[in-house]
Design a binder for this molecule. Structure first.
Ligand code: PGA
Length: 253
């Protein structure tokens, strides 16, 4: 059975004090509640050890927002997958469009990162999605197929089964423009079909595919109600518990 997940992505927001205050509040708010999804918070590297310790014994899993494409060594400023795992974080967001656009992350680099994340027991939350011009040219199905082909589809069936995918149309990220539930559903269904052709119908059925891009309290229920949308990757609306909680609760149908 595939899992429902609501994952926050703080990006480059929150000091350590702001981060720990958020986790304390979310932990307290979720305590004793029965949830219809797993809850994950993606946070800057420097906060991971502290908030992973804080989140112990709660429903909150912790994600890094990136990891290095090298295992260890003379790579000043980089943070390895092993280091991320050693903090108690269990997930890592990879291939986010901001990493691809601003830091030149291509399929080859992302494939290295995926392999290292998996080798260190982390669950990759792997992002794909088209830019505005590609959507306007009707190329979105083709673009996501190429992104999968060059990265996660290089994994063995066993490793692929450990990956969570996130479809994030780049034109919807941080813009307030959400893909309609029908637009998102058709891409999710297409992705699931591609997984079935590459691996198997069962692996496709079991794969968690999140939607990301201006997902918020008012559109989450409609998006998550689609048959192939298994939760969300949430940027702006994950910065306060007040905005994030209703998205988690969108699963309590
Ligand atoms: P957003 O970001 O919710 O602010 O659009 C989503 C993301 O980038 O993961």
């Amino acid at each position: 059975m595939r899992k429902n997940i609501v994952a926050g992505n703080w990006k480059m927001n929150k000091t350590l004090q702001e981060g720990t205050a958020f986790i304390a509040e979310l932990k307290q708010t979720l305590a004793g509640k029965s949830l219809g999804c797993d809850v994950v918070i993606g946070a800057p590297f420097i906060h991971l050890a502290t908030i992973a310790e804080q989140a112990k014994g709660s429903a909150i899993g912790i994600a890094a927002e990136n990891c290095a494409d090298k295992a260890e060594g003379a790579y000043t400023g980089e943070v390895s997958a092993a280091m991320v795992a050693s903090t108690g974080a269990r997930y890592v967001i990879l291939g986010h469009s901001e990493r691809r656009a601003y830091y030149g992350e291509n399929d080859a680099i992302l494939s290295e990162k995926l392999a290292l994340a998996l080798a260190n027991g982390l669950t990759p939350i792997f992002c794909i999605g088209e830019v505005k011009e590609e959507r306007e040219a009707g190329k979105h199905f083709e673009v996501v197929a190429q992104q999968l082909e060059g990265t996660v589809f290089g994994l063995s069936a066993e490793d692929f089964s450990k990956v969570v995918l996130a479809y994030e149309p780049v034109w919807a990220i941080g813009t307030g423009l959400t893909a309609s539930s029908a637009q998102a559903q058709e891409v999710h269904a297409h992705v699931r079909q591609l997984i079935a052709s590459k691996y198997s119908a069962q692996i496709a059925e079991d794969c968690t595919i999140l939607y990301g891009g201006s997902c918020n309290a008012s559109n989450a229920k409609e998006l998550f109600g689609q048959p192939d949308i298994d939760g969300g990757l949430i940027g702006g609306a994950s910065l306060s518990v007040e905005k994030f909680l209703p998205i988690i609760e969108a699963f309590n149908k």
